[in-house]
Design a binder for this molecule. Structure first.
Ligand code: HEC
Ligand code: HEC
Ligand code: HEC
Ligand code: HEC
Ligand code: HEC
Ligand code: HEC
Ligand code: HEC
Ligand code: HEC
Ligand code: HEC
Ligand code: HEC
Length: 321
């Protein structure tokens, strides 16, 4: 059975007072001993909420209580039966509740004394596994990004990671060059909030290059562009190999997120001898001496080779139909 310390203290004092008689009882009360670092507060959240009830923009008491962390029926949650409540995340806080010093509590600030790894370990005591199995192999872990750099567990507007549009904004606050990619004329509709970083990436870490959410780049793309998955009768080899041979995943200044515009795109692989690749020289442009115009204008190669991703037509071997 647990007997609260304060109660014991009061009991001792009363007993002492009874024995010693009225004289002693008139003296100043013995100051309660300072709680030691590592001690939990006696009344859990009730202690903390005496001072931290308000919404100050960074911390909202009520927001936390609307979240899954406050579910009393979930034994795994900080506020579940037997849980340590606020102190499940902030660590033992009896001393802090007395001295009000920031140094006596874990505040999840990058300027605080706890390292990113230590702060992350607190969350990981409950959240290891799931999509975080590869957390320790991930680029974010290695670069000391903390769970709380992305997640906000008690803000009144909710956790930005769990809402597509706000998640993107928050990732892009660190990833500036990717922000520029998504402004390009042809780009995945991330700015519009229709596609999220987490549709393609596992921000928690993955064994794939670029922490992709699926085992390969093509599987990632095909999870939405299923029509490109195949199999097709006449395959175009680079398509099955790697979409990124021709496309920039985030965005491009060329149409359809292309890395180069045709004919250069195609000519990067197809030799310049014979029909296929007529170099885009002045002589080959319309009216030029070599008269190869038909192969180099506008959509050029794909004017005829429309089936760049492969063809299912019986006579589509040259990707013409
Ligand atoms: C008696 C009032 C009081 C109580 C009780 C109290 N705090 Fe605080 N707390 C403060 C004050 C004041 C600050 C601001 C300290 C500063 O900025 O130097 C603070 C700061 C914090 C911070 C931010 C630390 C940082 O790194 O900036 C956290 C987190 C915190 N308290 C959590 C708790 C928890 C959890 C409890 C309950 C165990 C609790 N507090 C109980 C007064 C209190
Ligand atoms: C699930 C873990 C978790 C629980 C439970 C939790 N906190 Fe926090 N707390 C955090 C994190 C993470 C931060 C850092 C700011 C953020 O991400 O929103 C934080 C920040 C704070 C801050 C500092 C805000 C600032 O000024 O920087 C205070 C104060 C605070 N919490 C108090 C509490 C109190 C009081 C409770 C219980 C009612 C509580 N926390 C429960 C994780 C938690
Ligand atoms: C004492 C255990 C515990 C700790 C510590 C803890 N969590 Fe949780 N967390 C939970 C439980 C339980 C859930 C609900 C899971 C569910 O319903 O699947 C949850 C849910 C979440 C969710 C999903 C919320 C939603 O609405 O779906 C996020 C994000 C999260 N926690 C982040 C964190 C972060 C960040 C930390 C560290 C600052 C942390 N948690 C610390 C137990 C914990
Ligand atoms: C770089 C940003 C980022 C970091 C760092 C990060 N997360 Fe997440 N987290 C996300 C995103 C994005 C989602 C939503 C994923 C989705 O919708 O598939 C998410 C979802 C979650 C969820 C809810 C879904 C689930 O898997 O149960 C939990 C819990 C969670 N994260 C815990 C953590 C913990 C613990 C850490 C630190 C070890 C952490 N996260 C670090 C971005 C991050
Ligand atoms: C606090 C800053 C920060 C936030 C927020 C952040 N990242 Fe990162 N991220 C980094 C750092 C640092 C690196 C490693 C250096 C680099 O590649 O820029 C990185 C690397 C990456 C990489 C490259 C992985 C690799 O192995 O090449 C991807 C992908 C990534 N982040 C995605 C995301 C996504 C998705 C989000 C939002 C859910 C996000 N990041 C939020 C800091 C951040
Ligand atoms: C349509 C899928 C897709 C979306 C959406 C997406 N990415 Fe990527 N991202 C990729 C692919 C594919 C790579 C290249 C992976 C590789 O190295 O093979 C990549 C690479 C990265 C890298 C590594 C450096 C680089 O640019 O090559 C970072 C950082 C990154 N992405 C961040 C983000 C962020 C932040 C968001 C959301 C704002 C985001 N990505 C959205 C597919 C996507
Ligand atoms: C989450 C689903 C999703 C994933 C995953 C995805 N895409 Fe997309 N993709 C879209 C959406 C939505 C559009 C916009 C369609 C529109 O504007 O009509 C788009 C547009 C495109 C376009 C441009 C279409 C045009 O005509 O401008 C290309 C090319 C493309 N994606 C290639 C890729 C590649 C390559 C990958 C893998 C790296 C990929 N996509 C992964 C959803 C996705
Ligand atoms: C050999 C270069 C090449 C490769 C590899 C390639 N694409 Fe494309 N893709 C193109 C070209 C060229 C266009 C523009 C087509 C047009 O003008 O009709 C295009 C257009 C697209 C479009 C928009 C138009 C449409 O057909 O829906 C999507 C989506 C797309 N590609 C997805 C993919 C995916 C997914 C992969 C990987 C499985 C991939 N591409 C691999 C060259 C390529
Ligand atoms: C990354 C290199 C690469 C790029 C870029 C590329 N291709 Fe290909 N292409 C190949 C390979 C490899 C083959 C298969 C050659 C073989 O089977 O002999 C092929 C086959 C073809 C074929 C069928 C040839 C045959 O002999 O059956 C056509 C037509 C073709 N490509 C057109 C294009 C067009 C049009 C583009 C530009 C939109 C393009 N390719 C871009 C690598 C590429
Ligand atoms: C005016 C239509 C047209 C244009 C434009 C065109 N092609 Fe072709 N291409 C064809 C036809 C028709 C064939 C099939 C020839 C055959 O079956 O013998 C072919 C065949 C090919 C082949 C298969 C190899 C071969 O010699 O049979 C490749 C590779 C190829 N083209 C690439 C290209 C590239 C790269 C471009 C752009 C520089 C391009 N084509 C532009 C019509 C065109």
């Amino acid at each position: 059975m647990k007997i609260p310390r304060a109660f014991l203290r009061a009991l001792c004092l009363t007993a002492f007072a009874l024995v010693a008689g009225g004289a002693l009882a008139q003296q100043a009360a013995v100051p309660a001993p300072q709680p030691k670092p590592g001690q939990y507060s006696e009344k859990g959240a009730d202690t903390c909420l005496e001072c931290h009830a308000d919404d100050d923009g960074v911390y909202s008491g009520s927001a936390l209580f609307r979240s899954k962390h406050a579910l009393r029926g979930d034994r795994r949650a900080p506020f579940g039966a037997g849980g340590l409540q606020c102190e499940a995340c902030h660590g033992p806080g009896a001393l802090h509740a007395r001295n009000k010093r920031a140094s006596a509590i874990i505040g999840f600030k990058s300027t605080g004394k706890a390292t990113a790894a230590e702060r992350n370990q607190i969350c990981m005591t409950c959240h290891a596994g799931g999509t975080r199995t590869a957390w320790h192999a991930g680029t974010h872990e290695r670069n000391e990004v903390a769970c709380s750099d992305c997640h906000q567990v008690h803000r009144s507007h909710g956790d930005p990671m769990l809402a597509k549009a706000r998640q993107n904004e928050s990732c892009l606050s660190c990833h500036k060059s990717q922000r520029a990619d998504f402004q390009k004329t042809s780009s995945h509709p991330v700015r519009q909030g229709l596609v999220a970083c987490s549709d393609c990436h596992n921000a928690h870490g993955a064994g794939t290059p670029g922490m992709l959410a699926r085992p390969t780049l093509n599987q990632t793309c095909n999870s939405c562009h299923a029509d490109k998955r195949g199999p097709v009768l006449w395959e175009h080899a680079p398509v099955a190999e790697d979409c990124a041979l021709c496309h920039q995943p985030h965005g491009s200044v060329r149409s359809a997120l292309l890395v180069k515009s045709p004919p250069q795109l195609c000519q990067a692989c197809h030799s310049t001898s014979g029909h296929p690749s007529v170099p885009r020289t002045p002589a080959n442009l319309p009216g030029g001496a070599a008269g190869g115009a038909v192969f180099t204008v506008a959509g050029s190669c794909s004017n005829c080779h429309t089936q760049v991703h492969g063809s299912n037509h019986p006579s589509g071997a040259k990707l013409l139909r």
